[in-house]
Design a protein around this ligand. Structure first.
Ligand code: SAM
Length: 283
């Protein structure tokens, strides 16, 4: 009976965005060490995209926005600095914001080793105050970082981005499209980690429930992580966007979408793809 009630809780469908647990996912000391290793794995599209794609995206952004001509850039959710390092090599003034202590420590070390004067802010971008408002030519938010946020949180970070930009400055970001949701299936996956693993160094069990909310174009991976003396739930919400919805949310804070692409490497927009990227101007 107790076990039945516990399992009922595991499979419970929460109301959209009722819990925000990104801090567990990205800042728990054990998990964030694994995340850092994942960012730095050059072949996988997890935490960061594979490093060939990162290099292609950075090259496209550097060329498109002529970063070598004394531009200033701020990268939200910069992780270990895969983009900021490449931007700074052009001579641009570069800031990065991320709340993961291990990623920021790694990024700072790499900048020091390379003699690059990048300013890193270890901060939550949902409460971040720009050091110098209206001072950046370009802002980036790369690898679907808008998708885990509730409508209120999205409005908040988009406002912060707009506050950072000079009038006429640009933001580039990418999101999941509604095509992603159309291919999503609800399922429950159980796994056992007797020797520890991604979520904990201690033995643990993981229930991953994938829940789809078609009316809200919303996807959730809800993880219940059970250890001997601790139980945690991690909610990975993923809002999927139509181009119109994203354009409206950005326009609400004065960011006008000018261009749409398939991804942040600047390839042609494809309405059958599971992701898309936009370039928007502060008006
Ligand atoms: C999917 S990763 C993308 C990292 C980087 N943009 C890239 O593509 O290599 C998301 C990043 O955003 C950071 N992040 C997530 N939520 C955040 C928040 N509320 N405040 C600051 N950083 C956050 C994570 O620590 C992580 O480094």
């Amino acid at each position: 009976m107790v076990f039945f009630r516990a399992l009922e809780k595991v499979v419970e469908r929460p109301a959209p965005f009722t819990a925000y647990t990104a801090d567990i996912l990205w800042t728990d000391p054990h998990i964030s060490r694994h995340m850092l290793a994942t960012h730095l794995d050059k072949d996988v599209d997890l935490a960061s995209r594979n490093h060939r794609t990162v290099a292609a995206a950075a090259d496209w952004l550097i060329g498109k926005f002529q970063l070598e001509t004394g531009k200033s850039v701020i990268d939200f959710g910069c992780g270990p600095g895969l983009y900021t390092t490449r931007f700074a090599r052009t001579g641009a003034t570069v800031h990065g914001v991320d709340f993961s202590a291990s990623s920021i420590a790694y990024a700072r070390d790499r900048a020091r080793d390379a003699g690059l004067a990048i300013t890193y802010h270890q901060d939550n971008y949902l409460s971040f105050s720009p050091p110098d408002p209206e001072s950046f030519d370009l802002a980036t938010l790369i690898f679907l970082d808008l998708c885990p946020l509730s409508p209120k949180q999205r409005n908040k970070i988009l406002r912060t981005i707009a506050d950072c930009l000079k009038p006429g400055g640009t933001v580039v970001l990418d999101v999941l499209s509604t095509v992603f949701l159309a291919g999503a299936k609800e399922q429950i996956v159980y796994s056992h980690h007797p020797g520890g693993g991604f979520w904990s160094a201690a033995p643990h069990h993981v229930f991953q429930c994938t829940i789809v909310y078609p009316d809200q174009e919303l996807y959730l991976d809800k993880f219940t992580i059970v250890e001997k003396d601790r139980q945690r739930e991690v909610f990975n919400w993923l809002q999927c966007f139509s181009p119109e919805q994203l354009t409206d949310e950005m326009a609400a804070v004065g960011l006008m979408v000018d261009e749409r692409y398939r991804s942040v490497v600047g390839d042609a927009y494809d309405d059958q793809a599971t992701e898309f990227a936009v370039v928007a101007r502060k008006v």
